[in-house]
Design a protein around this ligand. Structure first.
Ligand code: HEM
Length: 358
């Protein structure tokens, strides 16, 4: 239901995701917002202090937990309904929008909920007496002199936040779910990963990717075999061109099939098998790995998503042995949709001996 992306370059949001990610916690207002704020029922708002000794206390607005949970549910549902065939078909045959369509009606209700939440957040931030400048919202509002690009106009700001929420939540969560599901099927690989992690100094951080090659390969292989956005986003050709020798007329909507490309037997050996080791072999076709798309409009969240997956998976595997739950091993067939999710499953997380203890 999103309009196809035009390749005419619109001003791109520029900020450094890894930098936000790696800012040390006590001085990061992102952390401050989410971790140090307190809900004050009498005032019906969250407040928190900088608390780092470097300035006056600040008051920040973070939505109450119930509101956040409802928003998170709304995003999950929205992606599900958006991926439904009755809604997807409208991208290809827009005339069908004139006919009654319960899926479309539900989608529009969810979009309304999403927009109200985003708008409320912007207003809360703007009403803040001393808004933090080094949050994503602060940067988009042009309050961070260190961030490139000026303030965004209100509609652009709104859609930029929507893009971040839609693009940045379910995708990464789905990839983490898939990684765990595959590792339940390969306990011996889990043991090798744990050995790699326990041989490293301290818990994994985003800067450790080069030092933990098997963990990094596991993230890549998960993104290859089950790309969370299997059909990326539709793109519209602005002029006549060709692709792989095939003519493409101006106005054609192209839907890249990343799932199929990443299982092309001409490129990947045993393409349907979960084999992180393939990325450790010399000559691995890493350049053909495209879970984030490619080109000028590829995913701007790639650095953040890779860092999140690397760190979260590493922390889980360092501390726990993962074993199947009472229902046995999880299925590995995804349900089609905008985001390729694994079927829900239960597992046992058995604490491991902390590294360094005899
Ligand atoms: C494993 C996690 C993720 C995957 C697999 C993924 C994948 C993708 C893909 C395939 C696209 C479409 C690229 C194209 O059209 O060629 C995309 C677009 C986008 N993603 Fe991600 N993404 C992930 C995480 C994130 C995160 C964490 C964020 C932000 C916090 C994000 C924000 C966006 C945005 C804003 C777009 C639209 C870009 C544009 O229109 O130019 N994504 N993503």
């Amino acid at each position: 239901m999103l309009p196809p992306k035009s390749h005419a370059r619109t001003p791109h949001l520029v900020w450094d995701f890894p930098q936000f990610w790696s800012t040390p916690s006590p001085s990061s207002s992102l952390q401050r917002c989410w971790c140090r704020a307190r809900w004050r029922p009498s005032a019906r708002r969250w407040s928190g202090t900088g608390g780092t000794g470097w300035g006056a206390p600040i008051v920040i607005w973070v939505p109450p937990p119930g509101e956040l949970r409802a928003f998170s549910r709304c995003l999950g549902e929205l992606l599900q309904v958006w991926g439904h065939s009755s809604v997807r078909v409208l991208d290809l045959l827009p005339l069908l929008r004139a006919l009654p369509n319960p899926g479309l009606r539900k989608l529009l209700q969810l979009v309304q909920h999403r927009d109200t939440f985003v708008e409320t957040q912007i207003q809360r931030h703007q009403a803040c007496p001393s808004p933090p400048s080094d949050t994503v919202l602060g940067a988009l509002l042009g309050r961070n002199p260190g961030a490139r690009g000026g303030p965004l106009s209100p509609p652009r700001l709104h859609m930029a936040l929507v893009d971040l929420f839609i693009g940045g939540t379910e995708t990464t969560a789905a990839a983490l779910g898939w990684a765990v599901a595959f590792l339940l099927h390969r306990p011996e690989l889990q043991a090798r990963l744990r050995a790699e992690l326990q041989g490293a100094q301290g818990p994994p951080g985003p800067g450790d990717m080069g030092r933990l090659p098997l963990l990094q390969a596991t993230v890549s292989e998960t993104l290859r075999l089950r790309p969370p956005a299997p059909l990326a986003l539709p793109h519209c050709a602005l002029r006549h061109t060709s692709l792989g020798g095939l003519p493409v007329a101006a106005g054609t909507v192209l839907v890249p099939n990343l799932l199929a490309a990443q299982q092309d037997p001409d490129i990947w050996q045993h393409p349907e098998v979960f084999l992180p080791e393939r990325f450790l072999a010399p000559g691995a076709p890493s350049r053909s790995l495209l879970p984030f798309g490619c080109g000028a409009r590829s995913c701007p969240g790639e650095g953040l998503a890779r860092a999140e997956l690397f760190v979260f998976l590493g922390l889980i595997l360092r501390e726990f042995r993962l074993e199947p739950g009472p229902e046995g091993l999880p299925g590995l067939r995804g349900s089609p949709g905008t985001v390729l999710r694994c079927p829900s499953f239960r597992l046992r997380m058995v604490p491991c001996q902390p590294p360094g203890l005899p």
